[in-house]
Design a binder for this molecule. Structure first.
Ligand code: ADP
Ligand code: MG
Length: 360
C-alpha cells in the first residue's frame, strides 16, 4: 500500500530563507506522525505545502500515491486544524460542524447524522445547539476538530492545535486526541514545539531544524538514541559528556549523552559497582519539581550533569545537598553515543537546569 503522504525533494524558499529545504519523507496510512522543532524550523510551511495553501519551490507531494503537487487545496483529501481554531461565532456548534458538508451540498439528513457522529467522536454529544461563546477553550478546540473530522479526510493536519490551552487541559486533550485518532483511523500529522507532547502522542516523530529533518524515529528511539546533540537537547534534558571529559570518564573519544533519571547520586568516596562509573563533583543546584527533584552537579572532570530522582519520599534531604560534594554514578551501557556531534545545543528548548519546557 502506498504511503498516506510522500514528500520528495520538497523545498519552499522565501527569497534567501529556506523554510523547507529538500525534504524527503513518507508518512504511513493511519499513523500518528509528529513534526517537532523550534519556532522557525519549517513545520508550518510543510503543512501548508501538503494542504495546498502554498506552492513548493521544488519537489513532489503525493497523497495516497497520487501526485497532488499542482492540485488546488480544496481538491486534496486533507483537512487542517489550526491553533487559532477558526469557528464561526454566529453559528451554532452543529452549524459549524455541518458547514463543510453544506458547501459540498450534502443533503440535510445526512449532514445532521454526520455532524452528530463527529460531535460524539470529540465527546461533545448534546452540544449541537450551543453557540461558540458558551464553550470553554477546550470545547471550542473540539468543535474545530469535529469540523475537520466530519469531512472524513484521509489525512488530518494539526498545527499546534493545543497551543492556546492551559497545561492541564492540554495534557487531557493530548490523551483524547490520541484516542480519537485510534478510533477514526485517519492519518494525523501533528505539529508541535513541545517535546513532551510529541513523545506522548506519536507513533513517529520528525525533529525539524532549519527546514530539514534532523532525526526521524519513534519516541523511544529519539529519547534513547538521539542522533545529534541538537536532538538530545531538544528531546529531554541533555547531559553531554564530550571532549577531554569523554576520554577521562568514558575512556574513549566521542560525544555521549545520558538521561537524568539514569544517574544515581552517591557519597563522594563511594566505590562504583561492577560496570559502573563514579565521577565526583559539586552540587550546584537542587530543583524541586513536585514529582521529582533535579540535582545539577558540576563534575571535577568538566561537564555539568543533571540527575533526576522521583520524590518517593519527602525531598528535604535532597534540598540540603546544595554546595556539597557528591559522586554521580552511571552504568556504561546507559550512555548513548552521538553520531553527529557538529550540532550545538538548541537555542530555545531547555533551560540550563534542564527544567521541563514551560508554557509559552
Ligand atoms: P515553524 O512552523 O517551524 O515555526 P515556519 O514554517 O512558520 O516555521 O517558518 C519557517 C521559516 O520560513 C521561518 O524562517 C519563517 O520566518 C519563514 N517564512 C514562513 N512563511 C513565510 C512567508 N510567507 N514569507 C517569508 N518567510 C516565511
Ligand atoms: Mg508554526
Amino acid at each position: 500500500m502506498s504511503a498516506a503522504i510522500a514528500l520528495t525533494g520538497l523545498s519552499k524558499h522565501y527569497g534567501e530563507v529556506r523554510a523547507v529545504d529538500g525534504l524527503d519523507l513518507e508518512i504511513a496510512d493511519g499513523e500518528f506522525f509528529s513534526m517537532l522543532g523550534p519556532s522557525g524550523s519549517g513545520k508550518t510551511t510543510v503543512l501548508r505545502l501538503v494542504a495546498g495553501f502554498e506552492q513548493p519551490t521544488a519537489g513532489v507531494i503525493e497523497l495516497a500515491g497520487e501526485d497532488v503537487t499542482r492540485r488546488p487545496a480544496h481538491k486534496r483529501d486533507v483537512n487542517t486544524v489550526f491553533q487559532d481554531y477558526a469557528i464561526f461565532p454566529h453559528l451554532s456548534v452543529r452549524q459549524n460542524v455541518e458547514y463543510g458538508l453544506r458547501v459540498k451540498k450534502v443533503p440535510k439528513a445526512e449532514r445532521r447524522e454526520r455532524a452528530e457522529e463527529a460531535l460524539a467522536t470529540v465527546r461533545l454529544e448534546g452540544y449541537g445547539d450551543r453557540r461558540p461563546h458558551q464553550l470553554s477553550g477546550g470545547q471550542r478546540q473540539r468543535v474545530a476538530l469535529a469540523r475537520a473530522l466530519v469531512n472524513r479526510p484521509r489525512v488530518l493536519l494539526l498545527d499546534e492545535p493545543l497551543g492556546a490551552l492551559d497545561l492541564q487541559l492540554r495534557k487531557q486533550m493530548q490523551l483524547e486526541l490520541k484516542q480519537i485518532q485510534r478510533e477514526v483511523g485517519i492519518t494525523f500529522v501533528f505539529v508541535t514545539h513541545d517535546q513532551e507532547e510529541a513523545l506522548t502522542m506519536s507513533d513517529r516523530i520528525a525533529v525539524f531544524r532549519d527546514g530539514r529533518i534532523e532525526q526521524l524515529a519513534t519516541p523511544r528511539e529519539l529519547y534513547e538514541q538521539p542522533a545529534s546533540a541538537f536532538v538530545a537537547g531538544f528531546v529531554g534534558t541533555s547531559n553531554l559528556i564530550e571532549g577531554d571529559a569523554a576520554e577521562k570518564l568514558v575512556g574513549e573519544a566521542g560525544t555521549f549523552v545520558i538521561r537524568p533519571e539514569r544517574l544515581r547520586l552517591a557519597a563522594e568516596d563511594a566505590a562504583p559497582g561492577d560496570g559502573e562509573t563514579a565521577a565526583a563533583g559539586v552540587v550546584r543546584e537542587v530543583v524541586y519539581l513536585g514529582a521529582s527533584t533535579h540535582t545539577v552537579v558540576e563534575l571535577d572532570a568538566g561537564p555539568t550533569l543533571t540527575a533526576s530522582h522521583p520524590n518517593t519520599e519527602t525531598a528535604d534531604a535532597a534540598l540540603e545537598r546544595r554546595g556539597t560534594r557528591v559522586a554521580v554514578v552511571w552504568r556504561r551501557e546507559q550512555l548513548a553515543s552521538l553520531a553527529g556531534t557538529d550540532a550545538g545545543p538548541p537555542t530555545d528548548s531547555q533551560g540550563a537546569l534542564g527544567l521541563p519546557e514551560m508554557e509559552e
